[in-house]
Design a protein around this ligand. Sequence first.
Ligand code: DLL
Length: 436
Amino acid sequence: MAFENEKMETMPVNELREYQLKMMKSVAKKVYENNAFYRRRFKEEGIKPDDIKTVEDISKLPFTYKKDLRDNYPYGLLSVPMESIVRWHLSSGTTGKPTAVAYTRKDIDTWATLIVRAMKAAGASADDVVQNAYGYGLFTGGLGFHYGAEKLGAKVIPVSTGNTQRQIEIMKDFEVTVITCTPSYAVFLAETMEKMGIDPEKDLNLRIGFIGAEPWSKKTRERIEDMLGLRAHGGGAYDHYGLSEMCGPGVGAECTAQEGLHIWGDHFYLEVIDPETKEPVGEGEKGVMVLTNFTKDAMPLIRYWIGDITIADFEPCSCGRTHPRLPQGILGRADDMVVVRGINVFPSQVEFVLMKFPELGEAWQMIVDRKGALDSLTVEVERKENVRVDDGLANRIKNELKAYLNVKADVVIREPNTLPRYEGKAKRVIDRREFE
Ligand code: DLL
């Protein structure tokens, strides 16, 4: 097992807590002294950085919300002088202003180090050829993995998204061993390979996938590992987590044990918070992920309310790493949840049910509509190619959705290759109720 920093990654939990306390004090002091927004927020809460005496005291600090980044766009969250900024990334805002994230040179290096850590944890090394199919540009996926893979010493092919046939030819010609992309694009790549008559097991060398940027189920993982020949070449598909506001990719990564995302505790402080009470949830309970970044130089965020739903496990992993883990990864986003006739439905739950049926392909979407006063939910999913589907299948899926989600859904089985494909993050929910 290779480590980026074995001492840090496997540090005894009590020592990690001590380290975190030191980092927490230092980041609180930094934002208080250098950022007007945080100084005001701390004063409103009646707290000073020196009041932090234990790790638990973090709960005295204010949360930071996405709205705060928008309201203070573009420069208001900076904690360093403008001359030390070397890069900006922007996330596309679906409503209102985008959010802007700044980096100093040190931040770019820390970020690359975190990607090296993830890559080593999954068994990648300088010998690998990395095809980076995350989008380059304002999205952090492409440049984040690029700098990280180069720092690892691997050979990077910066293909970005799109041009799928060409991507596959490049994979073949350059004997690519590592692919980085979203789960939806991994599936699309595999489908295109099949159409091109390429057998990934025989014709390609893909061994490791760093797959992330959107939720995906364990079943989808198995399918991707199988369809891209990753298992056959002795590797696998590893979940990868991140968000622009913390750095980008590099926040959480799976090791070869595949026991969930490790959230690097020497860089981020993880809390799982009950959205109603705003207090930490009990052990093993679901809540909203909140992170504080200790090592971000340009723009550290205190208790950033991410909105992703997850469950934390603070037991060390079988790989020896002691940092907190998210064994089930990300269960969904609080704002992706749709309420259908009063029942909360997460796209990830629907995917979990669909992937139990081997007759079904990976492309699917859910359409929420309103007929009269009542919400309706329709789940559209493709059947797999060369698979016979009997008349009862839609009904069996419907019953399983009812049993698992307690929601009534119409199920429509579509022909292969009829639903949209995505190069980046997939759009699973079409909510037509808003447009009436
Ligand atoms: O998606 C950064 C990234 C790039 C992560 C490449 C992994 C790989 P944003 O565009 O800011 O950044 O989106 C962040 O995407 O809050 C989650 O809702 C979702 N997300 C990211 N990774 C995962 C994952 C990048 N592994 C938002 N599982 C986050 C589930 C994920 N959701």
